[in-house]
Design a protein around this ligand. Structure first.
Ligand code: AMP
Length: 424
């Protein structure tokens, strides 16, 4: 299938051509026609499947079509928000905006992004000038709406991106509040990594007869990602990582730790061994996170050490190596983590350094993905059989989930699953 057969108009096709995409990914091939028909869509697709274009391209096309029907482009009416994309984290929001701008390059629409953790005044000024497409994290959007800086009463299309993660982060009430500000007569697209019970319940509240779209079997990791476990003693993990990076001559490695403190310590260790690294997590300022991500993308930073939430949605092309320095305590996070590699058809390797304390986590992950991950002991890093498993310290603290919204975070962490998760 080609993009030209999907019913998208010329300005959008021209923008796609410039990205170099040759054909739609499976999620795009399935979702785009449904969205163009005006249907509500409930899609299970992980990051890396091309889902952002899967909702952005038809959303733009719908805007063009509605535009023609209503003739609202005549006489230069004031711009108003016609499409709202809600997403859990700042990084993801910024990346979606980049995508929107790229695909809407030849359309007359203005777009912007609003998220917490940065000065609100610039966002207010941009909104004042008017935009048609707004990408937002829920907390900041509600702040702006309650201060009447944004009017959502004419939104035609609502996208809930990474809805599962928004639930995890306790945004359910915020999502409901946002939806109340939007007309009932709208098109709602809901994207989630999986179709959990909670997601289906959410969809039934927000959507009308949604068409279901699923690209990979539920909770299966993408085949293109080679996965490997290196059993190793906890104390030797740092040295093993240094060895793997140096001997493998890895240039761009995303490493996951369970805690913010762990991320900082690991970064220090890597730096001490001459490996330029940066950490991103919820305690880092937005500026520091953006800088670290930019350095990583342009290869001046070799290793990016991240906690789960901070890394969520990071979009880096051809990320060749993802390392689980520590396994996540929630098996689904493993699937999200390794989704950073092997993106859009490219190959990737996901390595996990697993100590005896983490064997239960590993079993949980293998159950979820319904496959055994091959194990390979690295010479010189053999496991000491006399070491007994100890309970894992989850990092403690009452910090927010690293997506970092500025408002009243305790109330949104009411989700029961969330309570049992470590704060990253
Ligand atoms: P996403 O799942 O939206 O985060 O997209 C993952 C990556 O796939 C991004 O780097 C996109 O630029 C890229 N991508 C999206 N659609 C296509 C396509 N049709 N062909 C090739 N790459 C794509």
């Amino acid at each position: 299938m080609l993009f030209t057969s999907l019913g998208l108009s010329d300005p959008i096709l021209k923008a796609i051509e410039e990205t170099g995409y040759i054909k739609p990914t499976p999620i795009q091939a399935k979702a785009i026609p449904l969205v163009l028909e005006g249907k509500d869509v409930l899609a299970a697709a992980q990051t890396g499947t091309g889902k952002t274009a899967g909702f952005t391209l038809p959303l733009l096309e719908r805007m063009v079509q509605n535009h023609k029907e209503t003739g609202t482009h005549k006489g230069k009416p004031k711009r108003h928000v016609r499409a709202l994309i809600l997403t859990p984290t700042r990084e993801l929001a910024a990346q979606i905006l980049e995508n929107v701008e790229m695909y809407a390059k030849y359309l007359p629409y203005k777009s912007t992004v609003v998220f917490g953790g940065v000065n609100i005044n610039r966002q207010i000024n941009t909104l004042k000038q008017g935009v048609e497409i707004l990408v937002a994290t829920p907390g900041r959007l509600l702040d702006l709406a309650s201060q009447k800086h944004v009017d959502l009463s004419r939104v035609e299309v609502l996208v809930l991106d990474e809805a599962d993660r928004m639930l995890d982060m306790g945004f359910i009430h915020d999502m409901k509040k946002v939806v109340k500000l939007i007309p009932k007569k709208r098109q709602t697209l809901l994207f989630s990594a999986t179709f959990s019970k909670e997601i289906k319940a959410l969809a039934s509240g927000f959507q009308t007869n949604p068409s279901l779209v699923e690209v990979a079997a539920q909770n299966k990791t993408a085949d293109r990602i080679a996965q490997l476990v290196h059993p190793v003693d906890k104390k030797k993990k740092k040295d093993l990582l240094v060895k793997l990076i140096k001997e493998g001559n890895w240039k761009q490695v995303l490493v996951f730790t369970r805690t913010k403190h762990g991320a900082n310590k690991l970064c220090e260790h890597l730096e001490q061994h001459g490996i330029h690294s940066a950490a991103i997590h919820g305690n880092k300022s937005q500026g520091a996170r953006t800088k670290a991500l930019a350095g990583f993308k342009e290869n001046s930073i070799r290793v990016l050490v991240a906690t789960d939430i901070a890394a969520r949605g990071i979009d880096i092309d051809m990320l060749p190596h993802v390392v689980n320095f520590e396994l996540p305590n929630v098996p689904e996070d493993y699937v999200h983590r390794i989704g950073r590699t092997g993106r859009a058809g490219r190959e990737g390797i996901a390595l996990s350094l697993v100590c005896v304390d983490e064997n239960d986590y590993l079993r949980g992950i293998e159950r979820l993905i319904a496959q055994k991950i091959p194990k390979e002991v690295v010479v010189g890093f053999e496991v000491d059989p006399s070491i007994q498993a100890e309970p894992i310290n989850q990092g403690g603290g009452r910090g927010r989930r690293g997506g970092g919204q500025s408002r009243n975070s305790s109330s949104r962490n009411s989700n029961s699953r969330n309570r049992s998760r470590s704060r990253s």
